[in-house]
Design a protein around this ligand. Structure first.
Ligand SMILES: C[S@@+](CC[C@H](N)C(=O)[O-])C[C@H]1O[C@@H](n2cnc3c(N)ncnc32)[C@H](O)[C@@H]1O
Length: 266
């Protein structure tokens, strides 16, 4: 049984996740932080949150920092979330010409549902033409899950029936109740570890970028820096989608609004 977290210990974890990911944890998240980290205290046979924080600073436990990041991020997502953005992807793909592959980035992709939803629309609209979807996230745990393309069936409810039939395999026997994204579609989606709060890996330039439901965790300064970094990988004329509850007011003028939560780089 752990000793309850003190205010000072909580502020140490606030600082840890802010420095690591740019995530602002409000005091209202105290119970959530305790709940999520409790199993790590148990795993290391520690009683106090402060001892676990000390362990996170210890170079001999360097891998533990990633585990703590995995636990302190919120990864809620689902297929075809905020459907307007997928209509946009369809209309851009339908109008695309030339031989260059259409490239779309799901920044903060979580367990991959957003990236695979984009890939389904592109495969459907572009026919045999080339495209690439890249998904990135700070959490290695969600990326591992994303790469499998394997989901409980109840999480795939929003996939249109025609896409379910065409791009997903229904689990049989011990896999019953699960769905696997078909290999040929999985091969067109690449998942890369990237922290939006630090310099980005070389991902190339994109025609469309999704940066959805992650800015909500950042303060104004972090939002400005992250958006500038992300937009540096958007092609001129490219589209930028943010979550419906998010805004670019006072954050960036590098892109212009074309519809609610949709922007375009001039
Ligand atoms: C709520 S999910 C959003 C998933 C998806 N974009 C959607 O809208 O459904 C937020 C994701 O952002 C990731 N995240 C948080 N801070 C990050 C950072 N600094 N760099 C990269 N990813 C981050 C989390 O790990 C989490 O998977």
């Amino acid at each position: 049984m752990n000793t309850p977290i003190t205010d000072q210990e909580f502020s140490q974890f606030q600082r840890f996740i802010y420095d690591a990911a740019g995530i602002h944890l409000s005091p209202a998240k105290k119970a959530l932080v305790c709940g999520r980290l409790a199993k790590r205290l148990q795993a290391h046979r520690l009683e106090r949150y402060g001892d676990y924080f000390a362990l996170l600073q210890d170079q001999r436990h360097a891998a533990e920092a990633q585990t703590a990041i995995d636990l302190l991020t919120t990864n809620e997502t689902y297929f075809f979330r905020e459907p307007k953005h997928f209509e946009l992807v369809r209309s851009i793909a339908a109008a695309a010409h030339g031989s260059a592959p259409l490239r779309v980035w799901s920044a903060a992709c979580s367990t991959g549902e957003e990236a695979y939803s984009i890939a389904m629309v592109l495969a459907d609209t572009l026919g045999g033409r080339a495209f690439e979807v890249v998904g990135t996230d700070i959490s290695t745990r969600v990326l591992q899950q994303a790469r499998t393309g394997h989901y409980p069936e109840q999480r795939t409810r929003n996939i249109p029936p025609a896409y379910l039939k065409r791009f997903c395999l229904k689990g049989q026997a011990e896999q019953a109740g699960t769905l696997l994204v078909e290999r040929s579609l999985r091969q067109r989606v690449r998942f890369v570890h990237a922290n939006l709060n630090t310099s980005l890996p070389d991902l190339g330039l994109f025609d469309i970028v999704f940066l959805r439901n992650v800015m909500i965790y950042f303060n104004g300064d972090t939002k400005r820096q992250v958006v500038a970094r992300v937009l540096s990988l958007l092609k001129p004329g490219g589209h930028f989608c943010i979550g419906h509850s998010e805004s670019l007011n006072d954050i960036s003028t590098a892109v212009l609004p074309v519809a609610p939560s949709i922007y375009r780089r001039p």
